[in-house]
Every structure is written in C-alpha cells, then in structure tokens.
Write a new protein. Structure first.
Length: 397
C-alpha cells in the first residue's frame, strides 16, 4: 500500500490543476504507475455474479417538477450548518424522486418527460462552477453515503436501480470534472450515466437479483436491456446522442469483446466513460451475491484483470477522481481511534477530515472532528465500510 500511496502523492504533485490532452497510449502508460501492487487484501470476486451488476461477464466467453433548492456556493455566507445539510438532503430527495419516476415509466414502457431531472441536475452543476473548495460535492457525497441504504429500499423492485443512478451521478460529475467537460457536456454525460441502465427496469427483479448462474433465456433478457433502454429514451423524446449512445453501447468493450464487437474509437465517447464508471460502481457497492470491495481493491481488480476492456483515458480519469478514503467510509487511525471520513482535501487526499466515533476497543466516544491536515502525527491505517465495524469490535473484544 505504501508504494501506491507514494505514487499517488507524487502524481498529484506533478499534475496540479492542469490536465494535459492525454492520448490513450500516454494514459495507459501512467495507469501502470497508479496501479496498487499489493494483493494481500484483495477480495476475490465470485465467478458467477449477476451479469447486470458486473457487465464484463456478459460476453460470448463467459411528474410535476419539484423545485430544486439553491445549493450554497463559496460566495454565499452560510449562517446555519443545519440549514445547509437540510438543503442538500431536500435536493437529493428531489433528484431521487425524479429518477424513481423515470424508472417506473421505463418499467411500463410509457413515455415521460426527462426535463424535471435535467433541470434539477442543472441547478447542482451551476453551483459547482464556484465550488473550488469542493464543499458542495463533498457534502453531497456524504449525504449520498448516509442515505445509501434508504435509497436502495425506496422501492422494493426498482430501488437498487435508483441507487445505481444516484451513485453514477456522483462518479460522472467527479470524472467529468477531471476531464474538464464544460457545463453542457457535464450535464449530458451525467444524465447518460444516470440513465444508461434504464432498460434494466424491464427485466424482472428475480433475474436482476438472482444469485445463481443465469439460464440462457434469462441472459437473453439481460442482453436486451441496452436496446430496450435506448428505445425507451427515444420514446421520451431524448435526442442527445451522448445519452442515447451511452444506453446502447455501454456494454461494449474497448478491446472489441462486447455484444456488437465495437472497439476503440468505434465506441461513442460517452459510452467509453460510462462503462468504466458503471463497472467501478458495481464493484464497490453492495450486491445480493457478494460483499462490496473497497475503492483501492476495485481499482486493482479493474486494472489488473479488465484494463484492456476500457479506454485508458477514461480509466485514468476515474482513478484520479476517486479517493482511497471516500467520504462516508470509516477509517482507523494509527492512534487506534475510528471515525467516518467527512471531507477530503483536494491536494492532500491522504489527509482527510475524520469524525471520530469510537476508541481503539470499538467503544463509542463523544464525537469529535480531527483534521489530519493539521495533525501530522496521525495517519490512516485502515479503511473500511460501516458493516466492517462489527467484525472490528468482535476482534477487539
């Protein structure tokens, strides 16, 4: 892990705020340096997961607009932190409702207006233009992390698809910013990420959530999802090729091993971006058939075993836009204390702000905030998810 951290720190120091126009060959070369080289903590992926959630396995070889809130920018003085949290909460809930409504219409294959979701997203992206300190995106990421379970349970049938859309929104924004997309491009690609899997709404839940290997007929239904999604989006009068091509081509692979055999630049730019983000999302979040991976392990899995399947430029943007210690995850410090990551310093990703909640024995303590940027003697020793805290407490006992 030490080698990975040193390489990442050196890379961030070298790149600063500028991103050169990488060619695929240049990006591929740099990916080698960014790849974590240890394997001792890598979690093995089962060989028969649902092909929807791990799309690389799908190969021949294997209503009324809810007015969005105005999210404060750095130019607006916030008098009450609770008000800001409520605003973020309300905005996210509005976005979730728009997405759920769209997926319900997709399930019935009835047209619906996408403009409420687009307007809601536009409000967020407009505020992000002034978010140089990443305050807005950090607080939104924390809100999403804290609501992740509730989002998945919002609808018994479609909740997991809605959850994927919200997470894809976050990853598309962060990767799109690294790729320096302008406002309209970022909105289109974020919508593409949120809706690329909408055809899955027409696949029965028992197939989507099946833990066992799928039958040929079930696999056929899964493989029809991109085409169904494309036709549904057309039914909704969506004409943006960025969104439509992401829906129809995100299961294509850069090395030509996808459904239609498209490869390289034959695959639409948006589809090349969304496909790698979708794979990352599938690996680091809960699935019925396996535990989720930590971000570093997910990146290692993609780069070591599936690197040729993705455009190296897009994969590099993903690696550079995520954190080893994502907001909402838990970390254990070298002091033994355990807490939730609540903020990331853009230039010091290894020195997050942590809300301490437990001592070294796993016992609850009065919460306090520790900024590792101001505490050079404190370092992160372990990153984990909330569900891992139970095992940690049992070990300490």
């Amino acid at each position: 892990m030490t080698k990975y951290i040193d390489l990442l720190r050196a890379h961030l120091d070298q790149t600063k705020d500028s991103i050169p126009p990488y060619t695929p060959q240049e990006a591929d070369k740099e990916l080698t340096a960014l790849l974590p080289d240890e394997t001792s903590h890598t979690q093995k992926i089962p060989s028969t997961p649902s092909p929807y959630e791990d799309p690389l396995l799908i190969t021949e070889e294997s209503e009324e607009f809810i007015s969005p809130i105005s999210i404060p920018s750095k130019h607006i003085e916030i008098a009450n932190a609770d008000t800001q949290e409520k605003n973020n909460h309300d905005w996210l809930n509005s976005c979730i409702e728009h997405v759920l409504t769209l997926f319900k219409h997709a399930q019935q294959n009835t047209a619906h207006d996408i403009s409420p979701l687009s307007k809601c997203l536009n409000t967020l992206l407009s505020e992000l233009k002034h978010d140089e300190e990443h305050n807005i995106i950090d607080t939104l990421e924390l809100e999403i992390a804290q609501q992740s379970q509730q989002i998945r349970l919002i609808d018994e049938d479609l909740g997991s698809l809605v959850q994927k859309s919200i997470l894809m929104m976050l990853y598309a924004i962060k990767a799109g910013q690294r790729l320096k997309l302008d406002h309209d491009e970022l909105r289109a690609h974020t919508l593409a990420g949120m809706l690329h899997h909408i055809g899955m709404a027409q696949v029965p839940a028992e197939i989507r959530n099946k833990k066992e290997r799928l039958s040929k007929s079930e696999l056929t239904e899964i493989k029809q999802a991109p085409k169904n999604g494309y036709h549904f989006l057309e039914l909704c009068n969506i004409t943006d090729p960025c969104i439509l091509q992401a829906a129809s081509q995100s299961s294509e692979r850069y090395d030509g091993r996808g459904k239609s055999g498209l490869s390289g630049s034959e695959i639409a730019w948006s589809a090349r971006l969304i496909s790698v983000l979708s794979m990352f999302e599938a690996l680091i979040h809960y699935r019925p058939y396996r535990a989720r991976l930590l971000p570093r392990d997910a990146i290692r899995e993609i780069v070591k075993h599936h690197k040729k399947s993705f455009d190296p430029v897009m994969l590099k943007a993903l690696i550079e836009s995520i954190s080893l210690y994502p907001i909402g995850t838990y970390v254990q410090l070298n002091s033994g204390e355990i807490g939730m990551v609540t903020r990331i310093h853009p230039r010091l990703p290894l020195r997050p702000i942590v809300n301490i909640e437990m001592d070294i024995q796993g016992s609850e303590v009065p919460p306090r905030q520790v900024d590792l940027k101001a505490q050079p003697n404190l370092t992160v020793e372990k990153c984990m998810y909330k569900e891992n805290l139970i095992d940690l407490k049992e070990t300490a006992a």
